[in-house]
Design a protein around this ligand. Structure first.
Ligand SMILES: O=C(O)COP(=O)(O)O
Ligand SMILES: [Mg+2]
Length: 227
């Protein structure tokens, strides 16, 4: 059976913080608002751009401003790959997984256009069988439908798929979709976000953990697990 691994993007495959940080601070500057540190912006990432901006404005004591999103996105899309790179060792891991026959997909809360531009700029557009962005479907992580729709677009099946991510949203969405999950210890999440999932300390640990995850007994999908 075709094995499929679904990767989260920000904090899992790529370190995108520097470019998100820079674009957010350009928006703050344009609004006459104080800039954020990298650590502050890291805590805003994980739930997509609307929530990122809402958290940024809330941190300055302001309500969410939907008019900020088009300007932020246009700027970020144009500068998404200035400093953003795959995490060290990840390119070799992707090569190895492809050689082992794994199909790969990306399920990210980053808007699809920005995610596609970023993957293209990194030379990765041909690597993934599907990309599900934060605005590709009516729902996004932690909703399991985001993971399942991305998996279906990649031609995969839940019985032979693993979800890999660095945030509570990835673990929650993967588990609720009935997939085994692997948590990335190098990402932007807090250690407790692993919620008992196997933790990869670095990209090189992923292939063995993915094989183990598929070999282990299947978890039940979220809604039925309490029955
Ligand atoms: O855009 C975000 O907030 C997070 O994106 P991710 O789902 O790829 O981590
Ligand atoms: Mg992430």
């Amino acid at each position: 059976m075709q094995r499929t691994v679904i990767f989260d993007l920000d904090g899992t495959l790529v370190d995108s913080r520097p470019d998100i940080h820079a674009a957010l601070n350009r928006l703050m500057q344009a609004r006459g608002l104080a800039p954020f540190t990298l650590a502050e912006v890291t805590r805003f990432i994980g739930d997509g751009v609307p929530v990122l901006l809402a958290r940024a404005f809330a941190a300055r004591g302001l309500p969410a401003d939907p008019t900020a999103q088009p300007a932020f996105l246009a700027d970020y899309e144009a500068h998404a790959a200035v400093h953003t790179k795959l995490f060290d060792g990840m390119a070799a891991v992707l090569d190895g997984l492809a050689a082992e026959g794994w199909a790969m997909a990306v399920c990210t809360n980053k808007p699809e256009k920005a995610a596609r531009l970023l993957l293209g700029a990194l030379g990765l557009d041909g690597r993934f069988a599907a990309l599900g962005g934060g605005d590709s479907f009516p729902v996004r992580k932690p909703d399991p439908a985001h993971v399942l729709a991305t998996l279906a677009a990649a031609g995969g099946t839940p019985g032979a798929a693993v979800m890999v991510g660095d945030h509570h949203n990835d673990i929650a969405a993967g588990r609720a979709a009935g997939l085994p999950v692997v948590y990335c210890g190098w990402g932007y999440g807090l250690p407790e976000m692993a919620e008992g999932a196997p933790v990869a300390d670095g990209p090189a640990a992923l292939p063995a953990l993915l094989r183990q995850a598929l070999a282990a007994p299947r978890p039940q999908a979220g809604p039925s697990s309490s029955r």
